[in-house]
Design a protein around this ligand. Structure first.
Ligand SMILES: NC(=O)c1ccc[n+]([C@@H]2O[C@H](COP(=O)([O-])OP(=O)(O)OC[C@H]3O[C@@H](n4cnc5c(N)ncnc54)[C@H](OP(=O)(O)O)[C@@H]3O)[C@@H](O)[C@H]2O)c1
Length: 249
């Protein structure tokens, strides 16, 4: 009853990799899900399993997750958590100048995958007598629109509203999961590199992202992960289904 099980999507780099590293340091058993393998030293007492799958095709992953969870022994667990961290920014540009395939990819990874993986998670663990948490890594851009990132704004706004609906459903159950969609702050990862590398004629906001970097306003992935975990540790986790580390951590 001492093993904490954590499932992290997008655990191969950026914020997700830092989350996996810090969860392993806490002795968690971690399942990391991304296209690339998640490679980290595993401290004694912790365990890491890495699935290399494409969340742009989320149904087979959701089915695999359901089967994998069904094979676990909940009596051996102290808690179970799904962190949906994987996210994609399609090349920043107005929708009228965007490629439909890139837009579709951003929505499939950023919204369809959390939806169907959450369904598998909530169904498979419903009868487990352990605390269950579902955390979506959202963004301030789910709450504040930005030109040139319509697919990302739509995915994150959808994720936030999904969290609100799931929180209502789970609150109506005797031992429902606690659900939060959390904006993690601004983080020095590949995603920021992509925003700074955008064509300024298609994405005028590029200068703002450049100045965040130039002015040292980005958290390192490790700093951001520590803030996310601090929110996850709170006794009142789930009381606000949509929130921001800058308000809580
Ligand atoms: N960076 C920021 O400033 C910032 C701000 C607000 C919110 N966020 C959010 O924080 C989360 C993490 O962002 P990040 O900055 O760490 O991003 P990142 O460095 O671009 O990493 C994205 C992660 O998602 C995974 N991923 C992408 N496409 C995938 C696919 N098709 N299938 C499976 N996994 C996929 C990547 O793994 P593979 O490439 O190995 O597949 C990687 O592990 C995202 O949800 C992002 O929207 C970031």
């Amino acid at each position: 009853m001492t093993t904490h099980l954590s499932i992290v999507t997008g655990g191969s780099r950026g914020l997700g990799l830092a989350l996996v590293e810090q969860l392993l340091a806490r002795g968690h058993r971690v399942l990391a899900i991304a296209r690339r393998i998640t490679e980290l030293p595993v401290p004694a007492g912790a365990a890491l399993e890495s699935w290399t799958v494409d969340l742009a095709d989320p149904l087979p992953v959701a089915e695999r997750l359901a089967g994998w969870l069904a094979a676990q022994d909940p009596a051996a667990l102290a808690s179970v958590t799904l962190v949906h961290n994987a996210g994609v920014v399609s090349p920043p540009a107005p929708l009228s100048a965007s490629h439909p395939a890139a837009l579709s990819n951003a929505l499939r990874v950023g919204l369809e995958a959390p939806l169907v993986l959450s369904a598998s998670f909530l169904h498979a663990t419903e009868a487990w007598a352990v605390p269950r948490k579902l955390l979506f890594i959202s963004s301030g851009l789910g709450r504040r629109a930005m030109a040139g990132s319509g697919s990302y704004c739509a995915a994150k706004a959808g994720m936030d509203h999904l969290a609100r609906a799931l929180a209502l459903e789970e609150a109506a159950k005797p031992a429902g999961a606690r659900v939060v969609s959390l904006a993690p702050g601004v983080i020095d990862t590949d995603m920021q590199v992509q925003l700074r590398a955008a064509d300024p004629t298609l994405f005028p906001e590029r200068v703002r992202f450049q100045s965040l970097k130039d002015n040292g306003q980005l958290d390192s992935p490790a700093q951001a992960a520590a803030k996310v975990l601090k929110v996850m540790d709170r006794d009142d986790f789930g009381s606000l289904p949509v929130t921001d580390v800058r308000e809580l951590a």
